[in-house]
Write a protein that binds this ligand. Structure first.
Ligand code: AHR
Length: 655
């Protein structure tokens, strides 16, 4: 596996500067009176309605063992070619079984293995079989139906049923059970619902398939789903989806990130192989050290967008992989360009096109909305520097077939063989202290004549020098602290002040399974184990910004203060929405002057996120740092507001 440095450079804007927001911070004269002015007589531009979104990829068990609700790990028996990892024999003194991979007996050509169970001793009282540990446990919820399915075939002589159950780790408690009968020598898919009773939630459980008599049976593609978001059959975890929907995202950038590229060309996101029934998806090695089941396929990503009312930002593989493999522009690249055109056709083509028809066959006749297509990911890491020609080839092919689409370059200042990107994607992972410095002016000198700006990955790191994939990082919290949320807050304020040109932005990575060695990166926005999920302080900071966006940017000026922030107006309601970030460990009193209005509703809503730098949330303490909403009275166009120590505040000032 190849990793690269985590510190990213913000590429300079490409054209002359236009300063639209005056933001001054003088640290040398903090003793002088601070002030903060919002000028409502001028507009600094329109807030992009797509400003807040999500970035996602398979990393940290984001999907398998995360958002994707499948509970069986190594369900297709392809995670390891030598042994059925995550599966173990279930035996006792009076029950005996051997289990082995059986590539000779396969459900179909797309799934090149199965699991063979040879039970030599078993009875109803002493069954023998196999158990799956799931992704760090199978979550058991009370009064819940689970959908189990598996493919099976038996050797002659086996007439009895298979018993399918969710059981405690010690095997003594059966939480839910069902029976599968009618297994023959031919592969067949079986389904059964497992219903739990009024049990206490636990993840100390396993999924078991047992026989009550000797015999030999092969299992293929074994699956178990709890209820999912909108009850989709191959769907998403409800608790994580609720957290995502509450972020009010307007777009979803997928499928990566490095996951798009793979470590090698043949390990790129194989979108065609992620379509259709699960037994036709072999999965593929993901570049974060484990195999992806590809249960989260192209259609699942698109339906995920639909379920959040967000639009897809589709990244297409552009001929460069993380391990430095690349495809030469010209005839060699043509098949990859065609692959991207086909993928776009799957997303937006009519049902009379090849891939539009395939989408309809997969259950979604209506085309999806698509505005932006990103060509590759972080191509500035390519040592051979071939992006200009590769981009140009993709650009010409996509623009000629789909002139309405906007294309995103992953390098801001590249020449791109004379092609003009509609948007450029900048990534920035910085320490909070760096964000505090750079956010003062970030975005002010970006050209307003294009291209549009996408900050497609960003996050404040508590310690930017700590390499997130090192063993030492496993001991650190998987999600950010309040200190990082302060860095995120000032960076978001800077992006919002410039959201006329920074059309889209999204934090990365989004998701992390918090179990030991489940993650390859830190910090990550949302953490979970098998049973529950929580948002980090940074999650709540983003939620405060995204739920209170406004549509008109108001110019702001800060003087003699380390407080940073932004202001917008909701043109429908006239509400002025102010975001302020206090990085100091003491409260800060800030006189606020609002130019251009003579009166304000004396009552304002205040949303506050505050905490010590090390404060954070976790599965055990999911709400240690959360926003608190209060009402403030005595508001007028000139008033003094005291920000709590180390806080992010949204002030909603009504006309
Ligand atoms: O967000 C984690 C990784 O950081 C992404 O996969 C990659 O694009 C970036 O380098």
């Amino acid at each position: 596996m190849m990793y690269h440095s985590q510190t990213k450079r913000i590429e300079p804007a490409m054209r002359p500067a236009l300063t639209i927001v005056m933001l001054t911070v003088s640290t040398s004269c903090l003793a002088a009176s601070p002030s903060f002015t919002i000028d409502t007589t001028r507009s600094a531009g329109k807030v992009s309605p797509l400003h807040h979104g999500l970035m996602t990829e398979e990393i940290n068990h984001s999907y398998d063992g995360g958002l994707y609700a499948e509970l069986i790990r190594n369900r297709a028996f392809l995670d390891d070619t030598n042994s059925p990892v995550f599966w173990s024999p279930l035996t006792s003194e009076l029950a005996a079984v051997t289990i082995a991979l059986d590539p000779a007996n396969r459900v179909n050509d797309k799934l090149p293995s199965s699991l063979r169970l040879t039970v030599t001793q078993a009875t109803k009282e002493h069954p023998a079989g196999v158990a799956n540990t799931g992704y760090w446990g199978i979550p058991v919820y009370p009064k819940t139906p689970y959908r189990a399915s598996l493919w099976a075939r038996a050797e002659a002589g086996l007439s009895g049923p298979l018993i399918v159950s969710i059981v405690s780790e010690d095997g003594r408690t059966v939480y839910a059970t069902g029976k599968i009968s009618g297994i023959t020598s031919q592969w067949k898919k079986f389904k059964v619902t497992l219903q739990t009773g009024n049990v206490a939630p636990t993840a100390q459980a396993r999924f078991a398939v047992t026989l009550e008599q000797p015999g030999t049976v092969n299992l293929g593609l074994v699956s178990l789903f709890p209820p999912t978001w909108y009850n989709r059959p191959n769907g998403l975890r409800k608790d994580i989806m609720q957290l995502l929907v509450d972020l009010n995202p307007k777009f979803l950038r997928f499928p990566g990130g490095n996951y798009l590229e793979g470590n090698k060309i043949e390990e790129r996101f194989p979108w065609q192989k992620t379509l259709g029934p699960l037994e036709e998806r072999p999965g593929h090695p993901c570049n974060w050290g484990y195999r992806s089941s590809d249960g989260m396929g192209l259609l699942e990503f698109l339906e995920w967008c639909e379920d959040m009312n967000a639009e897809p930002v589709l990244a297409v593989y552009a001929g460069y992989s993380l391990g430095q493999d690349h495809v030469k522009a010209g005839p060699d690249l043509e098949p990859f360009v065609q692959e991207a055109l086909d993928e776009i056709e799957y997303v937006i083509g009519d049902t009379n096109t090849t891939w539009g028809a395939r989408r309809a066959k997969d259950g979604h006749p209506a085309p999806f909305k698509l505005t932006y297509v990103e060509i590759g990911n972080e191509d500035y890491f390519e040592q051979a520097k071939t992006y200009d020609a590769r981009y140009a080839q993709f650009h010409d092919a996509i623009k000629s077939k789909y002139p309405q689409l906007k294309l995103i370059s992953t390098i801001a200042d590249a020449k791109l063989n004379g092609r003009k990107p509609d948007m450029v994607d900048l990534h920035d992972y910085s320490a909070t202290d760096e964000f505090l410095k750079k956010s003062v002016n970030f975005g002010n000198d970006m050209s307003r004549s294009g291209p549009e700006i996408f900050v497609g990955e960003w996050a404040a790191h508590e310690d930017a020098s700590a390499r997130p994939w090192d063993a030492a990082a496993q001991k650190l919290p998987p999600t950010p602290s309040m200190k990082a949320a302060i860095g995120d807050g000032v960076f978001m304020a800077a992006m919002e002040r410039n959201s006329d040109i920074i059309k889209m932005q999204c934090y990365a990575p989004l998701l992390v399974n918090v179990n030991p060695w489940a993650r390859q990166w830190r910090p990550n926005l949302i953490g979970y184990d098998a049973l529950s999920a929580y948002g980090s302080p940074s999650y709540y900071a983003i939620q405060m910004f995204s739920q209170n966006l406004g549509d008109e940017i108001l110019p702001v000026t800060f003087t003699n203060t380390s407080v940073q922030g932004s202001a917008t107006r909701d043109s429908k309601t006239g509400e002025i929405i102010v975001k302020l970030v206090n990085p100091e460990l003491t409260p800060q009193s800030l006189p606020i002057e609002i130019k251009g209005i003579t009166s304000l509703n004396p009552k304002a809503t205040v949303i506050t996120l505050a905490g010590n730098p090390d404060d954070t949330n976790s599965n055990n303490h999911p709400r240690k740092v959360v926003p608190v909403t209060t009402t403030l009275t005595g508001i007028k166009p000139g008033f003094t507001f005291t920000l709590p120590a180390h806080s992010i505040v949204v002030l909603k000032l009504k006309p």
